[in-house]
Design a protein around this ligand. Sequence first.
Ligand code: APR
Ligand code: ZN
Length: 365
Amino acid sequence: MRTRSAIFYGPNQPISVEDVELQGPKTGEVLVRVAATGVCHSDYHAVDGHINARLSPTVMGHEASGIVEEIGPGVTAFAPGDHVVFTIRPMCGKCKYCSTGRWNLCDGIQAKRGHMVDGTTRFKKLDGTVLYMSHALAAFSQHTVVAEWNLVKVRNDVPIERLASLGCAVVTGVGAVVNTAQVKAGSAVAVWGCGGVGLNVIQGAAIAGATKIIAIDIAESKLTFAKQFGATDTVDASKNDPVEAVMDLTGGGADYTFEVIGNPSTLRQAFDATCPGGTACMVGVPPSGGEVSVPMELLFRDRRLIGSSAGTGSPRVDFPWFIEMYRQGRLKLDELQSRFRPLDEINEAFEDMLSGEVARTIVRP
Ligand code: APR
Ligand code: ZN
């Protein structure tokens, strides 16, 4: 079938929105009409060269929700009309990691980057050139074909476009707090970076019962969003030393700190701002080859530096409770979607993210 998709051709080039050819679902695959796709900094990491450019040309996008249109042979868990949310990692459901609730580490499905597990993709340009698929999802597209292990079926009485960010920003942010760091009620938490993911760390900390939630950013507009998502204090790191500020506000360091930018320098700040016995949790995607060093007094102070990718946990367990929290007014999804744009405005949507004007821009393909 013909569909329309946003294509990455290489670093520092505008994204191109084009009509493309999409092959139908093969065994274990599902054709989805995409309802909404969040614009995430992970998409942009390839564009600005923060990480080594992925394969190109690639249909971009990974944070999305949609409605099943067709199922391939062997699919039993989904039917046309089902509402689904994409997950950024496949879940085989059988490996050691899936079996112990660490779906994000699943090693049971070996697919080449940008490809489906059979080593091919479902997208082609109209001239026949193969298009790779970001995260095997290719979600900046009107339609896409996704493996069933990358989908979670959700209740259909919640507007499907509101659920677009569950699979990346929400699970990564809230999951880092609740599943990975396991923040305790009454804790002091500090969060570096208040973008779409950082705001979810902040609301995750509020859900977990943290009583001090310090938001740190260099953009004043982001600190305003942070308060809306539950920050009790804010620090403008363009004007103040964030480590000193956290030390002052907590009387000696935060119990948990989260770095949600992906920079070695801010990760070191987050580590330095923990109290004895405290935990620094890395959430931002590091630059390719990035390293950080920490003082070896780590030992004497019982401090921990941990990584959290995609929020640990399991989407089939976590998405339903996120949705329930949203229905109860305890998880902010509407507020996260500060701007909607059509697919043709994908480049403007990235500009929204970089300008700091929005919590998240959502593309409606
Ligand atoms: N100090 C404090 N805040 C900073 C700094 C800094 N030195 N540099 C950037 N920031 C802020 C930006 O102002 C912005 O608000 O970090 C925030 C990043 O937010 P987004 O660009 O919206 O990125 P987001 O989608 O939230 O992703 C953040 O998490 O999952 C990863 O890949 C993702 O690495 C990315 C990170
Ligand atoms: Zn993402």
